[in-house]
Design a protein around this ligand. Structure first.
Ligand SMILES: *Cc1c(COP(=O)(O)O)cnc(C)c1O
Length: 396
């Protein structure tokens, strides 16, 4: 058995993860995704989904998926450029582009692919990409694949970004690329400052808006709308897998030339299957709902404020930020793990994060609020946090 050596090696590695408390185990959910779900046979309030507006199991989204399935069939058995483009793929791309006020959009199976296939086709060895140190893994991988000079600036540090832009002087194209919302901290990239620096240094600006599209900004256009610089941002990548229905699918919006080039050269687009039509149809419905979801965004804001205020009043340290991501800072990894267990037992499903996902000594529980949460569910979470926090000596 040639694989025996590898398997033995992996057994040891996995045992090592387990003793360090880093082995990931998956909890099975017995219900559709919602504010309340069933885990281990009991109902719990879900505070760890990216279901910010509650559209993941929205009846209109489900109906659109069913309609898409009936009208366009199940699968395409083709990449886009051979025989995998139906008219709804083109309609969806036009809708996404219009939403962000850009010339065109290109769909991918996931945003991981949108990011993975973005940099290599656009940038060559005479170019530079400047990326935030805390960028998502898919951006890091995408940047690794391109031949451009890679310059990493300290998280949200505009002095360091300026220094890196100076270092990149003389490069043909300079592209600044950042997560717009950083999912572990719930903070937003300093997009207005980034755009100003980009103007000064004649740089391209791109953002990954996965944790913002749909629920942030007055009309849901995401973090760039919050920062007031949507029209200055050149490239936006995003996902249908979070606020926009939570199914699957990613996209890149940009100029007509960039998108046309990606259709010709982006490897995850050229060499991977088309997005199934049911997902495209559901994504289009979710985007339409998001467009008119002023009330849902207001509800999300109000619920987030209520939860934050309640936790702070109970004595917890919650990282500041304008997003529905609330990192409750606990410091110690075992405390964070214990706390999430106690909370689950009390009917509140949250996840603790520790090193290496977050820096050493900054273990936390990350809460993600949804517009679908009721005030009673939010209050229940506050009570459960207070009780668990007292039991573990985190709060008085
Ligand atoms: C979730 C996420 C992705 C990946 O999106 P998928 O569509 O699930 O592949 C990429 N970037 C960021 C910042 C994300 O949060």
């Amino acid at each position: 058995m040639p694989a025996a050596g590898l398997n033995k090696h992996l057994q040891e590695q996995l045992a090592g993860l387990k003793t360090q408390g880093l082995l990931k185990s998956e909890r099975s959910i017995a219900t559709p995704q919602d504010a309340e779900i069933t885990v281990n046979g009991r109902a719990v309030v879900n505070f760890c989904a990216n279901n910010y507006l509650g559209l993941s199991n929205h009846p209109e989204v489900v109906a659109a998926a069913e309609e898409g399935l009936k009208t366009w069939g199940y699968g395409l058995s083709s990449v886009r450029f051979i025989c995998g483009t139906q008219s709804i793929h083109k309609q969806a791309e036009a809708q996404v582009a219009r939403f962000f006020r850009k010339a065109d959009a290109i769909l991918y199976i996931a945003c991981f692919d949108a990011n993975g296939g973005l940099f290599e086709p656009l940038l060559g060895e005479n170019d530079a990409v400047l990326s935030d140190a805390l960028n998502h893994a898919s951006i890091i991988d995408g940047v690794r694949l391109c031949k451009a000079k890679r310059l990493r600036y300290a998280h949200n540090d505009m002095n360091d970004l300026r220094a890196k832009l100076v270092e990149a002087k003389g490069c043909r194209f300079k592209m600044i690329f950042t997560d717009s919302v950083f999912s572990m901290d719930g903070d937003i990239a300093r997009l207005a400052d980034i755009c100003e620096l980009a103007d000064e240094f004649d740089a391209i600006v791109g953002i990954d808006d996965c944790h913002a599209t749909g629920h942030l900004g007055a009309t849901g256009r995401g973090a760039a709308e919050v920062a007031g610089c949507l029209d200055r941002i050149d490239i936006i990548t995003g996902t249908l897998g979070k606020t926009l229905g939570g199914g699957a699918g990613g996209f890149t919006v940009a100029s007509a030339e960039v998108v046309e080039w990606l259709r010709n050269r982006s490897r995850p687009y050229l060499f991977s299957n088309s997005v199934p039509p049911s997902l495209v149809a559901a994504g289009m419905k979710a985007l339409e709902l998001v467009d008119g979801a002023t009330d849902l965004r207001a509800t999300l804001k109000a619920k987030t404020a209520r939860l934050r205020a309640g936790l702070e009043a109970a004595g917890f340290t919650v990282k500041p930020g304008p997003t529905p991501i609330l990192p409750v800072m606990l410091g110690d990894a075992t405390v964070a793990a214990k706390m999430s267990e106690l909370l689950l037992a009390a009917g509140v499903y949250v996840v603790g994060f520790s090193f290496p996902v977050v820096p050493q000594g900054q273990a936390r529980i990350r809460i993600q609020v949804s517009a679908a949460h009721t005030a009673a569910q939010v209050d229940h979470a506050i009570d459960a946090f207070r009780s668990a926090g007292r039991e573990l000596g985190v709060v008085a």
